[in-house]
Ligand binder design. Structure first.
Ligand code: TXA
Ligand code: MG
Length: 334
């Protein structure tokens, strides 16, 4: 495993592979070539880090499932360098989806379409639909562009964590999660901390109106005002691993909206004081900061071997809806 970082000036070697420095154009084209050769490349996006593979290479995609420990019937999102490239993956794009793509791509939004021929069962988990996203991160876009230039069609990437665990928001998180499972030819690109911090909004675009399958930074209000359509929200029948009951979970037990007990961890807005004997893990001043710091705070609970973490949830709409969604899943017990 190789790590490209724009921050560290060193090249170090680890048992599983090597760390390289600097996300230069060279490093990005090396990463694109690695994808083409069937390796895995973990890369930053604005939401969370993804674990990428060539979305047309069955063996490479199979390794994503292996490394994540994820059941094989869960579909993957295909990441693209630009909106025009969706025609490689679907023949069926409703007008409202075009409006959404124009408004919010590149950005924290995944659109689900009826699949085209390129989207095989190993991407869609056997479903007749495919998820597509153009992420808004300079390294992700440069990687996707370099991959496209050498004939790549798209990069399949789930969040770069073990199945059911908290998504990574830094390259260090990815290393801690996956270094035991990655191979020497695999790479990790270090693009610093993710700016959004929770996964993309997933919108089903196979019906007459958009349907939100997973809330995120692109909210129902934003979708309705862009499309002029009434948005429906998730039903339990949708098979999406992120929608399983327990997900996004640290080892520590997550307890919502209760007073923290002595010896536990605590996440709440900055104006709420830390009770005595409690470890403060995050004190965000806004909903955006809450989203950006939540996953690293949950990881910090585990790093400090805390057995429980108490969270005062943000109220209201916008990204607070996505935060409450993830927290409710994180708190769902074993
Ligand atoms: O922000 C994100 O979306 C990140 C970054 C890396 O792009 N990716 C991400 O991927 O969160 P993942 O695999 O961890 O979660 C994607 C969710 C899963 O719950 C998956 O089941 C669902 O999207 N999904 C993917 N394709 C789908 C489809 N065709 N129909 C329904 N759900 C789908
Ligand atoms: Mg995930």
């Amino acid at each position: 495993m190789v790590i490209f970082s724009q921050i560290h000036g060193i090249i170090a070697h680890m048992s599983t592979g090597q760390f390289l420095s600097h996300c230069t154009a060279d490093a990005l084209s090396q990463a694109a070539q690695a994808l083409k050769d069937g390796a895995l490349v973990a890369f930053p996006t604005e939401t969370v880090y993804g674990l990428g593979a060539d979305a047309t290479n069955a063996e490479a995609v199979a390794r994503i499932y292996e490394v994540k420990g994820r059941p094989a019937d869960h579909p993957l999102i295909v990441h693209l360098a630009s909106t025009q490239l969706i025609v490689d993956w679907t023949d069926d794009v409703p007008d409202y989806a075009i409006a959404l793509a124009r408004e919010f791509w590149p950005g924290p939004m995944t659109l689900i379409f009826r699949r085209g021929e390129l989207a095989k069962d190993f991407i869609t988990g056997g479903q007749e639909t495919v998820g597509l996203r153009v992420p808004d991160h300079v390294f992700a876009l440069a990687l996707l562009e370099a991959f496209h230039k050498i004939g790549g069609k798209g990069v399949a990437a789930p969040s770069a964590n073990r199945f059911g665990h908290v998504s990574p928001t830094t390259a260090t998180d990815v290393t801690e999660e996956l270094s035991n499972f990655l191979a020497p030819q695999d790479l990790i690109l270090d693009g610093g901390a993710c700016s959004v911090g929770v996964e993309s909004t997933i919108i089903d675009c196979t019906g007459t109106a958009p349907r939100v399958l997973r809330p995120g930074a692109i909210t129902v209000e934003m979708i309705e005002s862009t499309t002029g359509l009434k948005v429906t929200e998730i039903g339990d029948e949708i098979r999406a691993s992120g929608l399983l009951e327990k997900h996004y979970s640290p080892r520590a037990k997550v307890i919502l909206n209760q007073s923290p007990t002595v010896g536990s961890g605590f996440i709440a807005f900055s104006e709420i004081e830390t009770p005595e004997g409690v470890t403060r893990l995050a004190a965000p001043a806004s909903n955006d900061e809450f989203a950006r710091t939540l996953y690293s705070a949950l990881r910090a609970a585990d790093a400090q071997s805390l057995s429980s973490v108490f969270v005062h949830e943000p109220q209201g709409d916008g990204i607070a809806t996505a935060i409450r969604d993830r927290l409710s899943r994180a708190s769902k017990g074993g």
